[in-house]
Design a binder for this molecule. Sequence first.
Ligand code: TLP
Length: 342
Amino acid sequence: MKKIDLRSDTVTLPSQAMKTAISHAILGDDVFGEDPTVNELQNLAAEITGKEAALLVPSGTMANLVSVMSHCDRGTEIILGDQSHTFLYEGGGISAYGGVHSRQLKNQRDGTIELHDLRNAIRSKDDHFPETALICLENTHNRCFGAPLSLNYIKSVAEIAEEHELKIHIDGARIFNASVSLNIPVKELVNNADSVSFCLSKGLSAPVGSLLCGNHKFIGKARRIRKSLGGGMRQAGIIAAAGLEALGTMIERLKDDHNHAVMLAEGIQNISGIYTNLNDIHTNIVYFEKKTGNGQALVERMANSGVLFFRISPGRFRMVTHYGITSEDIDRVLKLLEDELS
Ligand code: TLP
């Protein structure tokens, strides 16, 4: 029986077209800047995001780390959400390797940080304080129900940043989900940011890789930092070839994932014992809760039936729809959940 893996969109496997592209890729040494396929991908990423340049890195985590280290001197402070991926799930890399201090502000349910919280957190010039250097946003916001940040919100944050001469980095691991759901080109969504990272290996289904985009000076520095972190890859065109195919073919179909997430959430609403709020379904991430018990047994029993998903905290679960999931799969998941909970 087919395994239905809803743990993350990171589990997506490359399409046949990606495998073909990999096998035909023209390669060179990318540490020398000589891999034509990587160069093509980086140029395309720069064009899509409307930035001067782009850099291929192995992961979303490294993209964020390289970005923070490129924007910030050691001992400076960044402002980010308390539910952000960089704060919660990146091993504290920005402080461990970048020497960068972090100020975590409450994320609202929609992934935003209140503007007055942001203003209040910016340090005044005082020898006691670290200097604020950067604001990090996440779009879509993983922990906040996959919510896309609106253009107006990003513009308001940019006004504050400009007033205080701060830079903005957007962790756009799922920026294409945001773009498709808001029907706004990525270029516009990141226009006010100094840098943006996005992942090839989530909803776009490529096997490896993320792109960090910004101006020439920033990407030049990022390239040096990527090398020192061990992220300089030689014939990386193998990865880039799949990435090019992904950018060419996998963006529009993210709509299917978003529709499947709504289907899933509507089904969950009709099952007694578990709960989700349809207003919280924005893109491809569905969180739901169990009314009683911590839910570990539910996760295990569903796994035994071939359906995988994460328990995020006691009684709270996450399911992520993606390229490998069909509407028949969603029907089967709902039927199994109903059987388990009845
Ligand atoms: N997110 C993963 C896990 O690490 C939680 C997931 O399954 O959702 N930014 C955001 C917003 C992310 O969601 C992730 C991965 C990353 C960065 C890191 O990307 P990778 O896994 O490529 O380092």
